[in-house]
Design a protein around this ligand. Structure first.
Ligand code: FAD
Length: 376
């Protein structure tokens, strides 16, 4: 088939690579340059974890993704995938909370994860102050991906495999035609057999039926330069999450950029796709306070900046499943995205799920992402 993919974030890139691998002709449209600094995928780092997933589908997809990320890491010129382990601290949740049920799901599937005592956690990760937390877990499997770099490298692989990349091409409309679907931009038009719309937070601009079905939230992060980077290097400092009802802080070891990233995940700040990606002064103050409490050695360093990034959530916030399905009322335009706050890692395994949906093939790993009656 001749397939157009709109959007070169991780969902569009994964789709383009897999569709091309299956022998389709693929054109990937991107409104800016790849990686687009405004895309949700373009960030210094994203966590790859298998914890906190109540559905086995995600645990399976995360395992498959890691294998593919490892392969891409070895094929591309720069390093993009680091296995660092992850510490998870939970407090204030009832036993039915997804963080705890997800932990139980995972404990049944993986033998190398552990619950830590407070003393064990303190001995092993003295950089983190975790007193007062109800439960502490450690998963050695987890790590992080250098996300912006990864997208740039994957674009190179896509180009080499024969995907046509059309950068600086903001698509204005996608339309179904008698035998297929078309893409319009500027005063040009291109016809395809089928289309994938992977436009991240901009999806409703091309598919207005999504407008009331998604909710965009602004999420922020802060970058700290430690006075001494050694205790924060990979191998000594893991990816970590400290969760309590209403607050989820998480962070990474010392990154290639020369800082330690600390971020917060509460989905309370509703926004629009064109919001500034600069951090707010309020958030940076809040991050400073958090770091002083939980990572005191880092708080002696310098806060050098931050960034905002958008989650594309479902309007029903409890529904954190992606959307990989035909757009409402369409038969040849497939949506791939709504990655909420956790989609990037699945770039290594979501391509086949998207390609199967586009080729009308059954794939039980895609069942969670079908629209069904989720929008009713
Ligand atoms: C702060 C933050 C932290 C996160 N942390 C993690 C994490 O630790 N682990 C994890 O797995 N996930 C994480 N995520 C989630 C993850 O980043 C997203 O789920 C994922 O990147 C979404 O990818 P996407 O391809 O759907 O969208 P995007 O990356 O936004 O890509 C969409 C692309 O489409 C292009 N586009 C849009 N409209 C058009 C058009 N009309 N024409 C042409 N091109 C167009 C855009 O320019 C953009 O490049 C995080 C997200 C944020 C915001």
């Amino acid at each position: 088939m001749n397939i157009g993919v709109v959007g070169a974030g991780i969902f569009g890139m994964a789709a383009a690579l897999e569709l091309r691998r299956r022998g389709h002709r693929v054109t990937l449209f991107e409104r800016g340059r790849i990686p687009n600094p405004e895309a949700s995928s373009t960030d210094v780092s994203k966590c790859i974890r298998r914890t906190n997933y109540p559905h086995r589908t995600y645990v399976e997809l995360a395992s498959r993704a890691a294998v593919q990320w490892r392969e891409w890491h070895e094929r591309t010129s720069r390093s993009i995938y680091f296995q660092t382990g992850q510490v998870i601290a939970l407090s204030g949740f009832g036993p039915e909370h997804p963080s705890l049920t997800g932990w139980e799901t995972l404990s049944r599937l993986a033998t190398d994860i552990r619950e830590l005592t407070a003393k064990e956690a303190e001995d092993r990760f003295p950089q983190l102050v975790l007193t007062g937390q109800d439960r502490l877990f450690y998963d050695p499997w987890a790590g992080y991906l250098r996300s912006g770099q990864a997208l740039e490298d994957l674009a190179g692989l896509a180009r080499d495999s024969g995907v046509t990349l059309r950068e600086d091409t903001p698509v204005e409309a996608v339309e179904e035609t008698a035998g297929g679907a078309s893409v319009r931009w500027d005063s040009s038009r291109q016809d395809f057999d089928r289309l994938v719309v992977a436009a991240g937070p901009w999806v409703a601009e091309l598919l207005p039926a999504m407008r009331t079905r998604i909710r965009l939230t602004r999420q922020q992060m802060a970058f700290f330069v430690p006075t001494d980077p050694e205790p924060f290097r990979r191998g000594r400092f893991p990816v970590w999450s400290i969760l309590s009802p209403g607050n989820l802080w998480y962070g990474f070891p010392y990154l290639h950029e020369g800082w330690v990233k600390v971020a917060e995940d509460s989905k309370v700040d509703d926004t629009r796709a064109d919001v500034s990606r600069e951090p707010t002064a309020e958030f940076l103050d809040w991050a400073r306070e958090f770091v002083a409490r939980h990572i005191p050695a880092l708080s002696r360093g310098e806060l050098v900046g931050g960034r905002s990034c958008l989650y594309t959530n479902m309007a029903v916030m409890e529904d954190e499943q992606f959307v990989i399905d035909w757009a409402p009322g369409r038969q040849r335009v497939l949506i791939a995205g709504c990655g909420c706050g956790h989609g990037f890692k699945f770039g290594g395994s979501i391509g086949p799920v998207i390609a199967d949906a586009l080729e009308d093939r059954e794939n039980p790993l895609g069942d969670l992402f079908r629209i069904g009656n989720r929008f009713d």
